[in-house]
Design a binder for this molecule. Structure first.
Ligand SMILES: Cc1cc2nc3c(=O)[nH]c(=O)nc-3n(C[C@H](O)[C@H](O)[C@H](O)COP(=O)(O)OP(=O)(O)OC[C@H]3O[C@@H](n4cnc5c(N)ncnc54)[C@H](O)[C@@H]3O)c2cc1C
Length: 445
């Protein structure tokens, strides 16, 4: 009898786990169960379809379901797992099916924490997660005149940047003082905020609490905020996202301080033969040495691949994370944890080196401004965080700095880095090196 692997979840993690498992060992009996209609699509593109930067949803699907069936994976879509019997080694669905397993991989992802606000169930109040629901919302957007987006987590920032392209008057309501304030610094968000206000036409209501909603005939008409009512036909709630761990907990799997499932570096939970991966787990932050729960697909997919590989007999280890991030279009922001805001909150010693440079030769029309902010530990002289504001090149710099921090790079090493000089793609001086030199000046080096 072939070994049975059951994967719960069809997001980045579940799809990655099931495909690598069968690719590694064709004799395995691999089943993937998901409550959604689809697997292997990129929800990340949804805000850009709303804004018509991407024309249609079709391109967000990686492969049709048949592709995975042809690969040998047994796919059970629109199937909710209601219960796991760990002694019997079986999972049970809402359709009365039983799926026996030798190895179980939990890729149950994340879910929104629905806020307890008056009239939160009015028609027009939406959450973006499943692509089919997003397609239904998209059909309504041509009739939407005014929208409210609650809070500037990255998805909220994408929504406020995109909805105005559909002619929608868009309001951000956010209790924080600036964009993505949990992990960014005010000075580095200012250019993006100015762009959103002046070029895109978004109304930013910072320091403003969402208090509830008003409606007529069951339909949303206003969002109620601490700064007064805002007229709205649609409200996008980017509510806190929490790891979905109900099934895991029901079989005694331990969760940690972030609420995510605790796994070892092979993605094994504390229950034998049960693995977990993706937005439902927590992993170690390499610099801070604390667990973090990460929602992005850039973590879910490789973690799922690792869980699937090890479940199929492999032996590969996951490394601690350093978390580069980036967002934007014309004006881009990005970085790698930690920010000055976070360092202050955690009482970490730091100094700042900041520089404004350009991304191409000053005489080439392609050149754009690039602001770099580096955080350096004054004791070890190692770089501990970075943020960038500019245009093209933010993502690459964030990735590079995440790698540099992972390697324990010092500010001296960064100040003497080499760089490409080619008029359309790089200036004579690299803004990162200039920021590092400015940090050295602060340190008295
Ligand atoms: C609008 C949007 C934009 C995003 N943008 C980005 C981006 O720009 N960059 C980025 O890196 N990431 C982005 N993400 C995050 C990312 O795409 C995924 O959410 C992330 O990869 C997490 O993947 P996951 O597989 O761990 O979990 P999820 O994607 O949450 O998938 C969980 C799966 O588990 C299934 N499931 C859960 N419980 C059960 C059950 N009891 N029975 C059956 N099935 C169950 C669900 O059906 C689902 O298939 C975005 C997400 C959204 C929604």
């Amino acid at each position: 009898m072939s070994k049975k692997i059951v994967v719960i979840g069809g997001g980045g993690a579940g799809t990655g786990a099931a495909t690598i498992a069968i690719q590694r060992d064709r004799s395995l009996d691999v089943t993937l169960i998901t409550e959604f209609e689809d697997i292997a699509y990129s929800p990340c593109g949804i805000p850009y379809v709303f804004g018509r930067q991407i024309e249609k949803f079709d391109g967000l699907f990686l492969q049709p379901l048949q592709f995975y069936r042809d690969m040998g994976i047994k796919l059970c879509t629109e199937t909710l797992v209601e219960r796991i019997d760990i002694n019997k080694r079986s999972v049970y669905s809402n359709k009365g099916q039983e799926f026996p397993f030798d190895v179980l991989i939990l890729c149950t992802g994340w879910e929104y924490e629905v806020p307890d606000l008056p009239n939160v169930d009015l028609d027009g109040i939406v959450y973006i997660k499943n692509i089919r629901q997003a397609m239904e919302i998209d059909k309504r957007l041509d009739q939407v005149k005014k929208a409210v987006v609650w809070n500037s987590k990255p998805l909220g920032v994408e929504l406020i940047a995109e909805l105005p392209h559909r002619g929608i008057e868009t309001h951000l309501v956010d209790p924080s003082p600036w964009l993505m304030a949990d992990f960014t610094d005010a000075d580095m968000m200012e250019p993006l905020q100015q762009y959103l206000i002046n070029d895109v036409g978004v109304k930013l209501h910072f320091g403003t609490d969402l208090l509830g909603f008003k409606g007529q005939n069951g339909k949303l008409t206003h969002a109620q905020t601490s700064a007064g009512d805002i007229e709205a036909d649609m409200a996008f709630l980017v509510a806190p996202m929490k790891p979905a761990t109900k099934l895991a907990k029901s079989i005694g799997i331990k969760t940690g301080s972030t609420g995510g499932i605790i796994v070892d570096n092979h993605m094994r939970t504390n229950v034998p033969n049960v693995y977990a991966a993706g937005a439902c787990i927590e992993v170690l932050h390499g610099l801070l040495n604390i667990p973090v729960n990460l929602i992005p697909g850039s973590y879910a997919y490789p973690q799922g691949r690792l869980a699937g590989l090890n479940a199929a007999g492999g032996d590969e280890a996951y490394r601690p994370v350093y978390v580069p991030w980036g967002i934007g279009a014309k004006v881009q922001v990005g970085g790698v944890l930690v920010s000055e805001t976070m360092a202050k909150a955690m009482g970490m010693p730091y100094i700042v080196g900041k520089a404004t440079g350009i991304t191409a030769a000053r005489y080439h029309p392609a050149h754009e401004m690039m602001i770099v902010k580096l955080l350096v530990d004054p004791n070890t002289r190692r770089v501990i965080g970075a943020q960038f504001t500019g245009g093209e090149g933010v993502k690459e710099r964030a990735d590079f700095l995440a790698f540099a921090i992972r390697k324990g790079t010092t500010v001296e090493e960064l100040a003497t880095m080499e760089n490409v000089y080619s008029p359309p793609i790089g200036a004579l001086g690299e803004p990162i090196a200039n920021a590092a030199k400015n940090a050295l000046a602060v340190l008295g080096g």
